[in-house]
Design a protein around this ligand. Structure first.
Ligand code: GLU
Length: 386
């Protein structure tokens, strides 16, 4: 925990530094609590901010809530708390409206929107995690803005996120984002609940999630939001361990991202930054290096040994032998012919395919496997050389 003066000395990053940005938008911001309608004016202003970020080269992913809130009225589900199956029904109705609203508003800036609905399992299971990541990566490369929500209609109660704070953090981790913004109805973390305690002090920067910080989380707020400070702190834990910085900022005002940038320029924004110790890539690599169960081994030739030591990816051509049974996305050990361990990494191919394409040129992959996968057996971003 730091004071404002210490925060200034810490050279807190700004939103303008973000290269890959995940913005989480809560239901209470997007959907009017009285009319149950999407707040189009607010959304239009937010879309202007997103378009501005993209123009300066920042990749933007939106994680949006609001499906249940925007859908319930259309099913006559208002004025009382909903059962899980009713929420799921409401989400099915509201999600279409949400996606449509984002599509329309970003089309004003010629930005294409892509809907991605994820479940908890999609982010926990490594192969699905990698597939989702690849899809989102591709969308970003193609210039689209992925708009993500939990797949509420199929998620069952035991295995759902239930709140988009943690979903957003998991997405940020999944795609190695460097910045996560949680737009909320509160401008960050306080030493106590500011609605109840007049002495509650705002905390501008958190560099470590101590038990004292966790203790400040308090109760979730009433109304639409599923989250509260508890899920935001949990999100911070996920983001920080992935090397992603996170900020909680107030979102109710118009143009909340631009407002945050401006306030930062003017010296000190009313928000809380959570700063990780590690950079995104090193955190990801730590995950790979720290993996306990490698499911297979790739034995590589001398040329590949030299290339790996110089930081290159492992190509199929350099793989002499494939041992064990593994699936695409599993962690495998890379050994030289003498059996020395050189590296660990995530194989872009399962063991059956790897056996077929070993010693072959990347251009031949499509003809051999019948589809065009990655050129690399292990991309250098997925590789930790010892
Ligand atoms: N996925 C839920 C929805 O779209 C929201 C979860 C949350 O409130 O964070 O309604």
């Amino acid at each position: 925990m730091t004071t404002s003066a210490e925060a200034a000395a810490l050279s807190v990053p700004t939103l303008l530094d973000a290269r890959r940005l995940v913005v989480k938008i809560g239901s209470a911001l997007l959907v009017d609590s009285a009319s149950h309608q999407i707040r189009r004016e607010w959304l239009d202003a937010l879309a202007d901010d997103v378009a501005a970020a993209r123009r300066r080269g920042t990749e933007v992913v939106v994680v949006t809530s609001g499906a249940v809130a925007a859908g319930r009225e259309h099913l006559g589900l208002v004025g009382r708390p909903l059962k899980l199956e009713e929420k799921q029904a409401a989400a099915a109705t509201g999600q279409i409206r949400l996606a449509h609203a984002y599509q329309e508003t970003l089309a004003r800036h010629d930005v294409t929107v892509a809907q991605v609905l994820l479940t908890l399992e999609d982010t926990e299971e490594r192969r699905r995690h990698l597939n989702a990541r690849a899809t989102i990566d591709t969308l970003l490369k193609l210039g689209a803005v992925p708009v993500i929500n939990e797949n509420d209609t199929v998620a069952t109660s035991e295995i759902r996120f239930g709140d988009n704070d943690r979903l957003a953090a998991r997405v940020a981790q999944m795609i190695s984002a460097d910045t996560l913004v949680l737009l909320s109805d509160i401008d960050g973390l306080y030493t106590a609940d500011p609605r109840k305690d007049p002495d509650a002090a705002h905390i501008p920067v958190v560099t470590e999630l101590t038990p004292a910080i966790e203790g400040m989380a308090g109760e979730p707020p009433p109304g639409y939001s599923s989250g509260g400070m508890v899920t935001k702190i949990a999100a911070a834990r996920v983001a920080m361990s992935a090397g992603c910085r996170m900020v909680i900022a107030k979102g109710k005002r118009m143009n909340p991202l631009a407002a945050l940038e401006k306030a930062e320029r003017d010296g000190g924004a009313p928000c809380t930054w959570f700063l990780p110790a590690a950079e995104p890539s090193s955190a990801r690599k730590a995950w790979i290096a720290g993996h306990l169960n490698a499911s297979g081994v790739l034995v590589v030739d001398d040329g590949a040994v030299r290339a790996l030591k110089q930081g290159a990816s492992l190509l199929p051509a350099g793989v002499a032998e494939v041992e064990g049974a593994f699936e695409r996305g599993d962690v495998v050990i890379v050994r030289d012919r003498e059996g020395r361990e050189l590296a660990r990494g995530l194989s872009a191919y399962g063991s059956d395919e790897a056996r077929l394409i070993r010693r072959r040129k990347s251009q031949e992959i499509e003809a051999i496997l019948g589809y065009r996968g990655r050129d690399e057996m292990i991309h250098r971003d997925d590789l930790v050389v010892r």
